[in-house]
Ligand binder design. Structure first.
Ligand code: HT7
Ligand code: ZN
Length: 844
């Protein structure tokens, strides 16, 4: 496979002034006619006229009305183009019904839909399928279906046809078409300048009752972007469509967002609080792309973080504003550590802006998205809120309608604030998670913090250079009062000291408040100091972090030294749980433990080979000890689940249910699941139903309830995904491979549906001790299914390969078994480019 490099970028030889497309829809033989106006690009030196195209049957092509016979290759076609403006016309035939890769134009339950990011448009027609080629589009759809949608505004329709015109120039990856028998949940929004926008959420008949929440989230997002970023929507209509077969969460096509139904459809009976919160965030994310991604797009795919990092940052700001800011921050950091840290510290490590790829779909990663958002958070911390606001205004003014780079983005900050961002740029080019070591000194009323930074080597980057790291620090006095409020220390050298003068006593530092940078902090504090911060820290993130690190410390000691659960941890936690002044959602997060995979990474970092069963046993023992230590407060905490009034997925109610459910999980360890069984019987929403079922499965019970759940929900795909996922996620380690294998034989295991495949196989990979079963049976099962899925859907297969990315942490026996499975996948006949690249990077 060919490797593409950032350094080789050159502009396309032609500018596209307009695109006209006509679709004659037919499941196996859709005809696509294109009429595209090109003119030579004065800024380009290479005038080769090459149009991308894959899996297309070319019927005819012409330039300025004269038939041409282009040279067609596997990846596109070459033609002789005039040195003056010209009109290219072509007609191709495609087969949407056999498009199982879900890229380009495909069919899902009788409905036509598209997915063009990153390079799917070339499966629809011949075109310069690259994000720096932007044009207006007019689309006519001919098809015998009641609903025919495309981007932009509707400009005509009749029996069996519709025409759409998108006045905003866009790259082809934002093109979309949907046709089917759909129903709309409709509403409208008046923008701040007084324009009315028609809003529609299109779903399959039967799903109408699951639209209201998504629509409200959309309106909230539109208002928020006006209020906070001054960004108004720019078309007469905004359409969202829910699709069952979809490779990712959702797609921000201009004026026609397409959503995985799991990322938009919700009702209290079928969706958990966590589902509602995720849907709200994804709707916001896709909507915010209208400005950060669509109006200002990326010059090339190496710049993906330009739109994704910024849009994740904006959706996190939105969630903080409409829900609880500390809870949102803690959840984001848990997620970053679970998904991005393993990537950044393993064979798949790559910079936020990668410099080469074989298959761009493999770079829609936690590093590009989540670390990309963290980098923007650091930039905001360094330039301040006003500097950030000025820079963003300048970004929108200067670059509206353009395809930009990270250099353009940083230049805007430099121009708006006068700050030199030369060193900061390393956050985009240097891979790996920096470690910060902390040393303290105290003498004569002066407290000195010495911080040293280092980043381990990553693939292709043996040597690292110091980065600019904003370290938010506050100091607490011995009685717990804050003696120095939060200030940002700018760590720019490999080792640097910061002094605080005029202190009456040696303070306790609270370092990296709010998780001010995506780094690993290496601090030699004692359990007593951590317990002190858990009791007194005024920064809610670091207060939680103190509890979290106490939990990790005790678990690591339990694994490596056979120690008993630490009393400082249990007492500190009990005090927090008793504090009714603290938000229930926050207290629920305090009860959460670091994941077993995270503990494995910590052991590996300390030079200890992790034993998955020993980690599992330690977590079980600590949970048991917690249940015992907290037993007096648990009933009261559990009662929080029973809220007054009708169900609402808002932060207040969902926080109470989170705490109640966490308490029920501990109670179940004491009563063998008796209370969970009665809670299951009376649950009237999916959050409580699923939390009770989880407790029962964890207790080795729940057979009857699982069967009842199946009977109740067998016709609801999204609810059945949970049924598949939960059984594998909560299986005891010894039974995991067998339960997972049995479920793959279930009649409802529709493995070609990415949601169902991920529910089962994703849960297998997430069940740490079960996945790393000493027999290697889980590794083999996953590999079997990846080999089977690859020819059908390479994108989803390749993403799931990352389950193996941490393989070098484990013992020689497990490494050998995983290597054998990776090599077996690699040698499968006709393996896709996507999966080939992933496996070769993982093997290293
Ligand atoms: N920009 C989108 C990323 C994307 C995608 C979405 C669905 C299917 C395939 C896809 N490839 C890339 C989604 C987003 O970040 O908002
Ligand atoms: Zn996005």
């Amino acid at each position: 496979p060919t490797t593409i490099y950032l350094k080789d970028y050159t502009p396309f030889g032609y500018i596209v002034d307009s695109v006209h497309l006509t679709f004659d829809l037919a499941p196996h033989a859709t005809r696509v006619k294109s009429r595209i106006s090109f003119r030579p690009n004065p800024e380009a030196t290479d005038t080769t006229f090459f149009l991308h195209g894959e899996n297309l049957r070319l019927i005819r092509a012409s330039i300025d009305g004269a038939e041409v016979t282009p040279e067609v290759t596997g990846g596109g076609l070459f033609a002789a183009a005039p040195a003056a403006p010209f009109v290219w016309e072509a007609e191709v035939e495609i087969d949407p019904a056999n498009n199982t890769a879900l890229e380009g134009l495909y069919m899902s339950n009788g409905m036509y839909c598209t997915q063009c990011e990153a390079e799917g448009f070339r499966k629809i027609t011949y075109y310069p399928d690259r994000p720096d080629v932007m044009s207006t589009f007019t689309v006519r759809i001919n098809g015998d279906l009641p609903v025919l949608l495309s981007n932009g505004n509707p400009t005509g329709s009749g029996e069996g046809w519709a025409e759409w015109t998108d006045p905003w120039p866009k790259p082809a990856y934002l093109f979309a078409l949907v046709a089917g028998d759909l129903l709309a949940h409709s509403d409208s929004y008046i923008t701040r300048s007084g324009r009315e926008v028609a809003l529609n959420l299109w779903v399959r008949p039967g799903d109408e009752g699951k639209c209201a929440f998504g629509m409200e989230a959309l309106k909230k997002s539109m208002k928020w972007d006006e209020d906070v970023y001054g960004r108004e929507y720019d078309l007469d209509v905004f359409n969202i469509v829910a699709v069952d077969d979809f490779n990712m969460g959702a797609m921000e096509n201009k004026g026609l967002n397409i959503f995985n139904s799991a990322a938009v459809l919700a009702s209290p009976e079928t969706s958990t609080d966590a589902n509602f919160e995720r849907i709200e965030a994804i709707i916001a994310h896709e909507y915010f792309h209208n400005w950060t991604g669509n109006r200002i797009t990326c010059r090339d795919w190496f710049q993906l973080c330009l739109k994704e990092g910024l849009t994740v940052f904006r959706d996190a700001q939105f969630t903080s504003d409409v829900r609880s800011a500390p809870v949102e921050r803690i959840r984001d950091v848990i997620d970053l550590r679970a998904r991005q840290f393993p990537e950044d510290n393993g064979p798949l490590s790559h910079p936020v802006r990668p410099e080469s790829f074989q298959e761009i779909n493999n770079f829609y990663t936690a590093t590009v998205y989540e670390k990309g958002a963290e980098v923007i958070g650091m930039l905001k911390r360094l330039v301040g809120d006003d500097g950030y606001a000025k820079a963003l205004d300048l970004y929108f003014d200067r670059h509206d309608g353009q395809a930009c780079t990270i250099e353009d983005w940083l230049k805007v900050f430099e121009d708006a604030t006068g700050r030199d961002l030369g060193q900061f740029q390393r956050w985009y080019s240097q891979a790996g998670t920096p470690r910060i070591k902390v040393e303290e000194a105290w003498a004569d009323g002066t407290y000195t913090l010495t911080l040293s930074q280092s980043t381990p080597p990553t693939p292709g980057q043996p040597q690292k250079h110091p980065q600019v790291i904003p370290v938010a620090v506050g100091l607490l006095g011995p009685n717990g009062d804050e003696v120095r409020p939060t200030e940002i220390l700018e760590l720019t050298e490999a080792r640097q000291s910061f002094t605080f003068q005029g202190l009456a006593a040696k303070p306790v530092p609270s370092i990296l408040r709010g998780f001010s940078a995506p780094v690993i902090l290496d601090q030699d504090s004692t359990p007593a100091q951590r317990a002190f911060l858990l009791a007194h820290d005024t920064d809610p993130f670091n207060r939680w972090e103190a509890g979290r690190s106490l939990a990790s410390d005790t678990l690591l000691k339990m694994v490596t030294q056979d120690a008993a659960p630490d009393a400082d941890y249990l007492d500190g936690l009990l005090a927090v749980l008793r504090d009714d002044g603290l938000d229930p959602a926050y207290r629920a997060l305090m009860l959460d433990l670091p994941s077993q995979s995270e503990l494995a990474a910590m052991l590996h970092d300390r030079g200890v080979t992790p034993d998955p069963m020993a980690i599992w046993t330690a977590v079980e023992t600590l949970r048991q000890a917690t249940a015992q230590h907290m037993q007096d407060v648990l009933p009261r905490l559990h009662s929080q689940s029973q809220v007054d009034g009708p169900y609402s997925p808002d932060a207040e109610q969902s926080g109470k249910r989170a705490l109640g459910s966490a308490a029920l999980a501990l109670i179940s360890r004491q009563d063998g699941g008796a209370q969970a069984a009665s809670e299951y019987a009376r649950a009237d929403n999916m959050t409580l139903q699923l939390s009770a079922l989880s407790c029962l499965l964890k207790a080795g019970k729940g057979e009857t309830e699982l069967a009842a759940y199946y009977d109740q929900w067998r016709d609801d795909r999204l609810v059945m995904d949970k049924w598949f996922g939960l059984q594998v996620a909560l299986a005891s380690p010894d039974r995991t491979p067998q339960i997972a294998r049995q479920l793959t034989q279930h009649a409802d295991f529709n493995w070609k549906n990415p949601n169902r495949f991920r529910a089962l196989m994703g849960s297998l990979a997430m069940n740490h001790a079960g996945f790393h079963h000493e027999s290697g049976a889980s590794y083999a099962l996953l590999a079997d299914w990846l080999i089977r899925l690859d020819p059908v859907n390479p994108q989803t297969t390749a993403r799931m390969c990352s389950a193996f990315q941490t393989w070098k942490r484990y013992d020689a026996g497990r490494q050998a078994m995983i290597r054998a499975q990776l090599e077996r996948i690699a040698s499968a006949p006709d393996l896709s480019r996507d999966t080939t690249e992933m496996i070769s990077r993982i093997l290293g």
